[in-house]
Design a protein around this ligand. Structure first.
Ligand code: E4P
Length: 233
């Protein structure tokens, strides 16, 4: 299983890469806006350089298929590890599957994004998407069982031998990470604040503090401070 960072914050990406537990990065226009990546090209190139050879997803921002293709081809020229995010349908419900198919046929990797249903996963795999992003938090917001969707999607891809990998995103709570991982997702993309929460534990801190204190006590007993010997003239 791979872990991606769902962020355009360069410091956070460097930090988590430095811990050796991160395989890639995902962004979207809202994340870039939030993290100050107003110049999409500059920030995408910077992140791609940092995370190389791991993948960095950058999303198109158009409902027009020709524009999607042009943006995708431009993004893909910025760095060899850029993966283009194409929404499964546009904001009016028009499918983007032909865009996915054409880009993949041209050797450009696609992360088919904003998926909320099993049907979208099946059709994305048929279109040849390298990655299919399930937005677990948004699925759960609508009252549906995201874990079931993840499990069924991964099982179906395996059963029919599709190479598409499921990325679970849209994390809302730390428990979502555990649920997605145990449901068998290939990749989970995690906002940095949830990485911190996933790792930290108040009782681990207390335990380590107790061990450090007891080690200091033991050392003080083993090596009591020696009285100074006076040097006589
Ligand atoms: C995943 O690739 C998306 O960038 C992200 O997880 C969407 O999350 P949201 O539902 O919090 O916007």
């Amino acid at each position: 299983m791979e872990i991606f960072i769902d962020s355009a914050n360069v410091d956070e990406i460097r930090r988590w890469l430095g811990y050796g537990v991160v395989d890639g990065v995902t962004t979207n226009p809202s994340i870039l806006l939030k993290d100050g990546g107003y110049d999409i090209e500059a920030r995408a190139r910077e992140i791609a350089g940092i995370v190389s050879p791991g993948p960095v997803s950058v999303e198109v921002y158009s409902n027009d298929h020709q524009e999607m293709l042009e943006q995708a081809r431009t993004f893909a020229r910025w760095a060899p590890n850029i993966v283009v995010k194409i929404p499964v349908i546009d904001e009016y419900g028009e499918p983007s599957l032909a865009v996915v198919k054409e880009l993949e046929a041209d050797g450009i990797k696609v992360n088919m994004t904003a998926c909320m249903s099993f049907g979208q996963v099946v059709l994305g795999a048929k279109a040849g998407a390298t990655y299919i992003s399930i937005f677990a938090g948004r699925v759960a917001d609508e009252g549906h069982d995201a874990s079931k969707l993840i499990r069924q999607s991964v099982d179906w891809l395996t059963e029919w031998n599709y190479a598409s990998k499921i990325i679970v995103g849209s994390v809302r709570e730390v428990i979502n990470l555990q649920d997605a991982v145990l449901a068998g997702t290939h990749v989970i993309t995690i906002p940095p604040q949830f990485m911190t929460k996933w790792l930290d534990h108040q009782f681990t801190r207390a335990t380590v503090g107790q061990f450090n204190e007891d080690a200091r006590k033991a050392l003080a007993i083993a090596e009591p401070e020696q009285p100074r010997t006076e040097v006589r003239a």
